[in-house]
Design a protein around this ligand. Structure first.
Ligand SMILES: *Cc1c(COP(=O)(O)O)cnc(C)c1O
Length: 380
């Protein structure tokens, strides 16, 4: 089945036994009647499993070319479950330029439980090799990175991980499986903030994990059930509905992202534009190799290099909404230094290039002319 068919049918069985409903019913129930102790129809209690959630989990697995999908109450709950695979003393190597909430979970929660994190620039795999020792258990990759739009070569990192028998996990939230499929490039685990492009309508908070290996899936399922950070049936239904249009939405996100990036690049008040589709982007060749297109995320700095200058621009935007998050049908603008990345200390932020004047755009699927006109008036 091709990807554009998978978004609609992948992993979805369309076998509602009661009335043949085309969409999976929302099984709004915590528990299931048993005919005799243990005599159930595959579901016992909704933390352990729920048919609507299961339909979503199977769809997630199909989209990423995995075997097993698990859905959680948020992207961070999904990452939290992954980190519970490890024990005090274990070490994890992570992208240095990563989602602020992941950084906070790593350093403010799991370091206290004895895990050790190394944050390295993954543009060059020798930096990863240098951080590996006998305690290293996982490499955590986010690509494109947030908000600097660097691209990490997943296949190259997978070779390092395989050589050292280390788990490779990829946060695929920004790219979505429409643009890149990390399991096919050698990753062991894919994580999603379903909140973003997969949900696609800014109406839910959810996380997902997808793996191929049964043993890893069993361990993660044990954690999902034992720790209990599951999502509810209503949200599972909404995510399934969102996924059905992922391919058409992503196509327009990419077209509009390109139009916005090119407009900003020509604009006299704009300094740098970060978008992997530019030929001069330092990782353009890798992006072309591992992604189908370049996505709808664009970051830029203004020539007036100050926090006030950037804040003035984002406050003037009218079609773009000033808000955290990304990946919805509507365009959003964010100011990483004071919003999504405020939990990363200023020195750490600046090391990865997150200037106070940096603005991050999640380009939606409105008419591109309206988006460009909005940016024009805000920059003026
Ligand atoms: C939003 C986001 C997360 C966290 O997901 P939540 O659903 O907000 O918990 C993790 N990684 C990336 C890249 C994100 O954008």
């Amino acid at each position: 089945m091709k990807f554009n068919t998978k978004t609609i049918h992948g992993g979805q069985h369309n076998t509602d036994p009661a009335y043949g409903s085309v969409m999976p019913p929302i099984y709004q129930t915590s528990t299931y009647a048993q005919s005799t102790p243990g005599g159930h129809k595959g579901f016992e209690y909704s933390r352990s499993g729920n048919p609507t959630r299961k339909a979503l989990e199977d769809a997630l697995a199909s989209l990423e070319n995995g075997q097993f999908g698990l859905a959680f109450g948020s992207g961070l709950a999904a990452i939290d479950a992954v980190l519970k695979l490890f024990k005090p003393g274990d070490e994890i190597i992570s992208t240095n330029d990563l989602y602020g909430g992941s950084y906070r979970l790593f350093t403010k929660i799991f370091e206290d439980f004895g895990l050790k994190f190394h944050f390295v620039s993954m543009q060059d795999t020798s930096a990863i090799e240098a951080a590996i020792n006998e305690k290293t258990k996982m490499i955590w990759v986010e690509t494109p990175t947030n908000p600097m739009m660097n691209i990490i070569d997943i296949e190259a990192v997978a070779q390092v991980a395989t050589k050292h028998k280390i788990l490779l996990a990829v946060d695929n939230t920004f790219a979505t499986p429409y643009l890149q499929q990390p399991l096919d490039l050698g990753a062991d685990l894919v994580m999603h903030s379903v909140t973003k492009y997969l949900g696609g309508h800014s109406d839910l908070v959810m996380g997902g994990l997808i793996v191929k290996d049964k043993e890893l899936a069993d361990k993660l399922y044990f954690i999902q059930n034992a720790s209990g950070a599951v999502c509810g049936p209503q949200d599972s239904f909404l995510a399934l509905r969102g996924i059905k249009t992922l391919h058409v939405r992503m196509q327009r996100h990419c077209e509009n992202g390109k139009a916005v990036a090119q407009f900003l690049k020509e604009h006299p008040k704009v300094d740098e534009v970060y978008w992997p589709g530019f030929e001069e982007h330092p990782n353009h060749e890798i992006a072309k190799k591992q992604m189908k297109d370049f996505g709808g995320m664009v970051s830029f700095t203004t020539k007036k290099d100050s926090l006030e200058g950037a804040v003035e621009v984002v406050e003037k935007l009218k079609v773009f909404t000033l808000a955290e998050s990304l990946g919805g049908v509507e365009s959003l603008a964010g100011h990483p230094a004071s919003m999504t990345h405020a939990s990363i200390p200023k020195e750490e932020r600046q090391k990865t290039g997150i200037k106070d004047s940096l603005i991050r755009l999640s380009v939606g699927i409105e008419d591109a002319d309206d988006l460009l006109a909005d940016l024009e008036q805000a920059l003026a």
